[in-house]
Ligand binder design. Sequence first.
Ligand code: IVH
Length: 670
Amino acid sequence: MDKEVTKKRIAELTEQINRHNYNYYVKSAPIISDYDFDMLLKELEQLEKEHPEFAFPNSPTKRVGGDITKKFESVTHRYPMLSLSNTYSREEIIDWENRIKKLSESPLSYVCELKYDGVAIGIRYKNGELVQAVTRGDGSTGEDITTNVRTIKTVPLKLHGNYPDEFEIRGEIFFPLENFNKVNQEREAAGEALFANPRNSASGTLKSQDSSVVAQRGLDCYLYGVYGEDLNFQTHSEAVKTAGEWGFKIPDSTKIMISTCDSIDAIMDFIQYWEKNRGELPFEIDGIVIKVDNYDQQDELGFTAKSPRWAIAYKYKAEKVETILEEVTYQVGRTGAVTPVANLKPVLLAGTTVKRASLHNADQIEKLDLHKGDTVYVEKGGEIIPKIVGVNLEKRNNQHERISFLENCPECNAVLVRREGEAQHYCPNENGCHPQIKGKIEHFIGRKAMDIEGLGPETIDLLYNKGLIRNYSDLYDLTFDQVVGLDRMADKSASNMIKGIEASKQIPFERVLFALGIRHVGETVAKKLARHFKSIDAIKMASFDELISVDEIGEKIAISIQQFFLQEDNQKIVEKLQQKGLVFETKSADTASNILQNKTFVISGVFQKVSREKLAELIEQNGGKNTSSVSAKTNYLVAGENMGPAKLEKATKLGVTIISEDDFLAMISA
Ligand code: IVH
């Protein structure tokens, strides 16, 4: 075949097969026979083999998988992937509605959806082509699993209809029960260990390096949110419906899988309907999601740090079972916190075998009045770790001995302390207790801290056990010769590690401060401190009053900072790190000015010169505060195109100064 003809035929076949796939998988209404379909696919495979240069990256032949991903790259989400707050009763939903009614000007209408029990995914499309699929990760950064997601038949590789040039769609990838059971039957026949439950195995499958494994398992995906700069939807329900027209699998409204509701009664009907009928669904759900339908109202309600105010989950009651509490053991964490763990007689709960349950702290043990050998009730909510919710007292006898909390550290034997007002016991031997030392080093090298490439928990263990490091500052003494030849440490890994350590000397001050692992100084607090004090020396010297004068720094944090610097060991470690050349000052590029100090901003709409993210960054870099919803505390509303009318109205009513992108840029360059 002539090259041009082949190229054209490949394009034609790609288009045709994509359409048939959509008809078959999304619409469940094929228009050709399986045989004819296979013939088309075979022809395309053959032509692509002869002329790989003409194959499209989104070719339907990718659906069968085969591409290998060695390492899933980290990707920062354009829009953070948040979670939802949970409710368990009608009363809690009424409370939620009352809270949001106070924040919204106009009457609210809702959409109820199923809460699919799977793995969240964000998929980006450009000019109608799938370009990237990223897991939720920690909410701000996830992993690029595009190759694997391409094999999921209901995820369109190419869109049809009138789609926007660029957008992200979010949804849930899950294991349909039929496919999950089939895979388990095959595993059983092959003498392999069975998968515990559909959600965890969907998650494991998506991390397969070989995409043909993903293709064979038969995962599925429902979509629940469209994100982009220039989308012209008024409501969430309209966005979901329209995404269906572009080729996505969306919940079927005729089967009441999605429904608009304008009263609590209607919401409760939806919840009760699915509580009764969820067993009929071909996949698992763990609850219902209720969302405010109107986008302007969503904007008006905004977000808390973790979740949108405009949506809430209703979780179905967790499954509960009885088992025997065999013993309580204790774990010591990086901060010295001692956590009790219940060791249980293995029991099957919601599809998984449970052997351990979290007990949190001494109060929890006391509250439950636990005795060794007790028959306990174990429950599994959304969390991975199940918990003990009660004791079957009828089954207790006088041989069962009461459990009392440890007095000494199970690792180093130091006497445990419990500070006033705190529920947790701590081992005070910060620099002499192994799990604490190792935990601190692991925290130090972590992605959000020093992000040292080539170093992980196993290598830390190795270096520690060989006596090469005693605290994180010792990492900067390591030489190539010392590490090469250690277990599984070839030339390349050793040199990568040393390079990684060297490179970490460029990490900005706020992250170094976070990496130090001062109790209660998380990422945000470290940022605030670094911006305010600008150097470690200034923080060290700061009085208690100076510390608590900083926005969001309370007494607990201030005490912890002062205690950290009072300890001689810590002083020595910090001094050594300073000598080694780590960044202990805020560079001028990190904080441009303090020109916006005490000024609170809200950003709304789409901008021409800089993105919303950049605007938020500029506000913070110049000492201002960026918030999501307009209130009496807002000083400026930075208004872009297509901003929500409700926001504008509220700002006008409250007398908030409304400025343009240009006004804002002029403000900070003054
Ligand atoms: S909306 C801002 N809708 O539940 C969060 N989430 O606990 C917007 N989920 O991470 C999420 N079904 O993975 C939404 N119909 C649905 C959902 C759903 C399942 C998952 C999602 C999210 C988690 C939140």
